[in-house]
Design a protein around this ligand. Structure first.
Ligand code: SF4
Ligand code: SF4
Ligand code: FES
Length: 234
């Protein structure tokens, strides 16, 4: 198999090519290790858990954003591995992830619990289960047009996190939380569904954005969209 790796080296992108003898399906991560062991010990990439849990190993394979550790390559004659994003690449395939804690901080995306013991119902856990699966891998953000265009928008990862907090009865921020959600500008979402399509954990971020928007309309903080008045028939 020919493996091309688009690497950021000495301030510019270069594409290096490696020939690997692969006789069984391997993950992209295993292929990167093989390149490092057999061809180039300087190849840099991010990895921690190797089990789709830590969210650090995002790369693009043949143009599609994936987790390297849970993506198998089987039978292809040639693949191209690239950094997850064009901007903020530190070395080879390693992208700066400093913006992730900054997103969480900017939008207060953590639970602020009361001192009382409050139990979470099974229904709430069931309703938010998919949002809890988010591993902050940044893949959805990397394919989100408004974020990539630099618009003021919380982005799919932030909304996924926000939904599970706003539905949690232990959270005490109430009105303040709604203001935070409003400041994340849910209406910047263009509903392209890229986030749903590429999320490796099936979190369906666009769904949470829709639900949060509905919540803000219900609270009177956002107006109804014009198309919501379509029944008027003009
Ligand atoms: S559906 Fe919305 S949040 Fe998801 S990628 Fe598209 S614009 Fe971004
Ligand atoms: S919603 Fe999915 S794609 Fe986005 S950060 Fe979470 S796990 Fe990754
Ligand atoms: S190495 Fe942790 S998600 Fe891939």
């Amino acid at each position: 198999m020919i493996v091309k790796v688009r690497r950021f080296k000495e301030g510019r992108f270069v594409t290096d090519q490696y020939q690997l003898d692969i006789r069984m399906p391997l993950t992209v991560l295993e292929i990167l290790y093989r390149i490092r062991e057999e061809h180039d010990p300087t190849l840099s990439f991010r990895v921690m858990c190797r089990a789709s849990v830590c969210g650090t190993c995002g790369v693009k394979v043949n143009g599609k954003p994936v987790l390297a550790c849970n993506t198998r390559v089987d039978g292809e004659e040639e693949i191209l591995i690239e950094p997850l994003q064009e901007v903020g690449v530190l070395k080879d395939l390693v992208v700066d992830q400093e913006h992730l804690p900054q997103i969480l901080k900017r939008h207060r995306l953590w639970l602020v619990p009361s001192d009382e013991a409050i139990s979470v119902s099974k229904e709430t856990l069931f309703k938010t289960a998919k949002a809890w699966d988010c591993i902050a891998c940044d893949i959805c953000n990397a394919v989100c047009p408004p974020l990539q265009e630099g618009r003021e928008f919380g982005g799919p990862m932030a909304f996924t996190r926000a939904y599970r907090i706003t539905e949690d009865p232990r959270d005490t921020l109430a009105e303040g939380r709604l203001e935070d959600l409003l400041n994340m500008n849910p209406r910047q979402c263009v509903h392209c569904s890229n986030c749903n399509l590429f999320c490796p954990k099936g979190c369906m971020p666009e769904r949470w954005i829709n639900l949060i928007e509905t919540k803000l309309v219900g609270a009177g903080l956002l107006s109804k969209k014009e198309e919501d008045f379509g029944f008027l028939g003009f």
